[in-house]
Design a binder for this molecule. Structure first.
Ligand SMILES: NC(=O)c1ccc[n+]([C@@H]2O[C@H](COP(=O)([O-])OP(=O)(O)OC[C@H]3O[C@@H](n4cnc5c(N)ncnc54)[C@H](OP(=O)(O)O)[C@@H]3O)[C@@H](O)[C@H]2O)c1
Length: 360
């Protein structure tokens, strides 16, 4: 089956108000697509005004707002009618607010409703799902380079018995990874049995890049932690409390590249049912330990006096960081034709967007 073109009809985007979803809407409009942007509440100005503005700026395309909720069966029927493709970026991501079971339901069970609406439309040729690198990663020795052939359910013994369906309700990370992997498997199977659409996944790693609105500064998101570093707080510390480890390998990708890859997956003749694309650093320059990230931010923001990092002693981290997750965005570049921002551009423009929003 071939990919879509803008002549085939509108593209619907779920989670259109979100950090990634908004950039997907922007990219589609820039390419001249008509976009059916699905939001939960179209009267919430903080979440939709920037989408309306994007529509006004676009010269040859338009954005139509539709309301839909993942927890309501059939609520995307209207938005998907007549569409050529759906990009499903909406999810109950659980930035530490939802319970693990709610995360699983928001990221898996409720996706069945979305697929039902896709099947009903009869016009949709491509369904592109925002999965996650969580559906790829699993315990491996340090330095292991993950690729699209990896699944989070591989090497279950290494989870010391924790990788079970019963633990979904107890562990947010297991709930999230299993939900994304199970959704991928479900959509590929559905598409195969229906024969009239193809399902493709995008698996992003640590997404950063410029924010469009203050609402994109979601608590516990990667961009939120970059903001914290730029305010002089060590990674994972908030109001003097350590809310997560300060050591990590940041494997970063620009939100605009993630968005572009979604659209390219609807268009590409190389992509097919079951194709998945990791969106991560393209090379080692985008894979930085927290102390290396701090060094890079200091170079990029010489005007900021104090930039946070991790705990150091004699200019060295007090502990080594586990060298994972390593992975390179190669398949999306080769198969979809994606070109990407440099890590310097991404970090700089992330900081600049915080300044523009008056948050820095
Ligand atoms: N950011 C990352 O680093 C990253 C990495 C890997 C994968 N992902 C995936 O990327 C997708 C988008 O994430 P994001 O970073 O853009 O998060 P975000 O800014 O929080 O966006 C989430 C979107 O989902 C919508 N949503 C939440 N609950 C919903 C519900 N019950 N019904 C309908 N829509 C609902 C939100 O709408 P409201 O505006 O109405 O709340 C929002 O538009 C998610 O699937 C996430 O798992 C993100």
């Amino acid at each position: 089956m071939s990919g879509i073109t803008k002549q085939d009809g509108p593209v619907a985007v779920t989670g259109a108000s979100g950090y990634i979803g908004s950039r997907i809407v922007e990219d589609l409009l820039n390419q001249g697509y008509e976009v059916n942007a699905c939001v939960r509440d179209s009267s919430n100005n903080k979440k939709v005004d920037h989408l309306i503005e994007l529509g006004k700026k676009a010269s040859e395309s338009d954005v139509n707002l539709f309301e839909g909720d993942l927890f309501e069966k059939g609520s995307y029927d209207g938005a998907f009618t007549g569409c050529a493709a759906v990009i499903h970026a909406g999810a109950t991501v659980g930035f530490n607010r939802e319970t693990p079971q709610e995360v699983y339901d928001g990221c898996f069970t409720e996706n069945e409703h979305v697929i039902e609406s896709v099947k009903k439309s009869g016009t949709i040729k491509r369904f592109v799902f925002t999965s996650s690198f969580a559906a790829v990663a699993h315990p491996r020795p340090e330095g292991y380079v993950f690729d699209e052939g990896d699944w989070c359910g591989d090497n279950v013994e290494a989870y010391k018995g924790a990788w079970t369906e019963e633990n979904i309700s107890k562990n947010r990370d297991i709930a999230y990874a299993m939900a994304k992997a199970n959704t991928e498997k479900m959509i590929y199977k559905m598409a195969e049995s229906e024969q009239n659409f193809e399902a493709i996944s995008i698996n992003p790693l640590h997404v950063i890049g410029p924010l469009m609105t203050e609402n994109h500064n979601q608590f516990f998101s990667w961009q939120f932690f970059i903001w914290q570093l730029l305010q002089g707080n060590n990674f994972g510390s908030l109001d003097g409390k350590q809310i997560r480890s300060d050591r990590m390998l940041w494997n970063m990708v620009d939100v605009r590249d993630v968005a572009k890859a979604h659209r390219m997956a609807t268009e590409s003749n190389n992509a097919k049912n079951g194709s998945r694309y990791i969106l991560s650093a393209t090379d080692r320059s985008g894979e930085l330990f927290t102390w290396e990230l701090q060094k890079k931010l200091r170079e990029l923001f010489p005007d900021i006096k104090d930039i946070g990092g991790e705990r150091m002693e004699n200019n060295k981290p007090i502990k080594d960081t586990y060298d994972s997750p390593r992975s390179y965005c190669k398949k999306a570049i080769q198969e979809l034709g994606l070109s990407t921002y440099s890590i310097e551009e991404t970090l700089k423009e992330t900081g600049e967007s915080y300044k523009r929003l008056g948050l820095l």
